[in-house]
Design a protein. Structure first.
Length: 389
């Protein structure tokens, strides 16, 4: 319906319109263009906790949410200008008190609110003559973004969290099981011209630490990333390194200030039909799973330490089909080096590009919290479709 609406809008405005399986673009009479693209995905997910734990089935989105993105681009005074809006709706009903438009759930449990819409992206871009770009607004963070962008479970489900098999919304993939989620944050980020190498550095809305009264953020957080690409025949290589720094105080003036640090690096090698990825991270005062979501400060107002990483291999067994396997871990440690939490997971998957726009995915994951045979663990099985337009 939205694609039809945009098509009719283009005809009404007397502009050229093109529609493909990879989005819709309209050329406006004033030289600007308007684009609409995105994806819808749905997976059946079955989970079973070990030691006679519960089993659950759910129908939900995968790690990558459904997206509806709108862009407008134009050129003025030698500058390439653009705006971008990205809506990420869910397919599950939300909880809470029923209101107007609420619907009955499938279990006869009364009513629930409609599906949530996550406003993930709102930003403008200014492109300069040398190919560099300034981005201002809400977008995926710079630190750790290559880790998630090169995670095979981005196009699947991966881990869902032990005991979380009956939940809705997006899954974890390998977030907290190999890397820290960069979050969608308010930022001002400058990137050099894309090419064999690129540097991005940004000033971000800082985050409060989870405890200890460190809630005063007097200066922006700084995040940076450097990437290097190289291609030789059928082989390709991508290397990245990133960093993060933030200072937070427990008083408006004076008091104690704590500096949080993060570092990450990784490599992706495409060797004919085989693709390998290896990446890791270190952090202090950044938490675990989601950046700055808790666990940054321990007793005595000292900062916890984080580390983790994952290794991944994918092999193209047919022109449109790849099989993959990955293993990763994320740990949170106290100041003495003791492990507070240790999450590990192993995922295997089959990824089939059924058509140009339609992807068929099957995955199996074993996730565990802690070490040893008695540690809580869970099996996650999933299958679903992703349609990009």
């Amino acid at each position: 319906m939205k694609r039809l609406t945009l098509l009719l809008l283009g005809l009404a405005l007397g502009v050229a319109t093109t529609a493909t399986a990879q989005g819709l673009t309209m050329q406006m009479s004033n030289g600007w263009s308007f684009g609409f693209a995105g994806n819808v995905n749905a997976f059946w997910v079955f989970t079973k906790v070990n030691n006679s734990g519960p089993a659950n089935s759910s129908v939900r989105t995968g790690l990558l949410p459904a997206f509806a993105t709108f862009e407008a681009k134009g050129k003025e005074a030698g500058l390439n200008l653009g705006i971008h809006f990205g809506f990420a709706p869910q397919i599950n009903n939300g909880g809470g008190t029923a209101g107007a438009g609420a619907v009955h759930d499938n279990f006869g449990n009364g009513t629930q609110a409609g599906a949530q819409i996550d406003m993930r992206q709102v930003y403008l871009t200014v492109g300069f003559k040398d190919g560099s770009q300034l981005l201002m607004g809400r977008e995926l963070g710079v630190f750790s973004r290559q880790n998630i962008l090169n995670d095979m479970t981005l196009f699947g489900v991966g881990s869902v969290g032990i005991g979380g098999g009956g939940g809705g919304g997006t899954t974890l993939g390998r977030i907290g099981y190999g890397y820290l989620y960069p979050n969608f944050d308010a930022q001002i980020t400058y990137s050099t011209k894309p090419g064999q190498s690129q540097l991005s550095i940004g000033l971000f809305q800082p985050s409060r630490l989870g405890s200890g009264g460190f809630v005063f953020t007097k200066v922006p957080r700084v995040e940076g990333e450097f990437t290097y690409n190289q291609r030789s025949g059928r082989n390709s290589y991508l290397f990245w390194v990133g960093g993060l720094w933030q200072t937070t105080s427990n008083a408006a003036t004076g008091g104690v200030s704590k500096s949080s640090f993060g570092g990450t690096a990784g490599i992706k090698a495409g060797l004919s039909e085989l693709t390998l990825v290896a990446t890791g991270y270190l952090g202090k005062g950044v938490g675990t799973t989601l950046l700055f979501s808790g666990g940054e400060v321990q007793a005595g107002d000292t900062l916890t330490k984080s580390d983790g990483g994952f290794a991944q291999a994918m092999y193209k067994v047919a022109p449109k089909t790849s099989i993959g396997a990955s293993w990763g871990f994320s740990r949170l440690k106290n100041n003495a080096g003791g492990v507070v939490s240790n999450w590990t997971s192993t995922t295997v998957g089959i990824y089939n590009q059924w058509t140009k726009s339609l992807k068929l995915v099957f995955e199996g994951t074993r996730e565990q919290v802690g070490n040893g045979s008695t540690a809580p663990a869970q099996i996650d099985l999933s299958g679903g479709l992703m349609l990009f337009f």
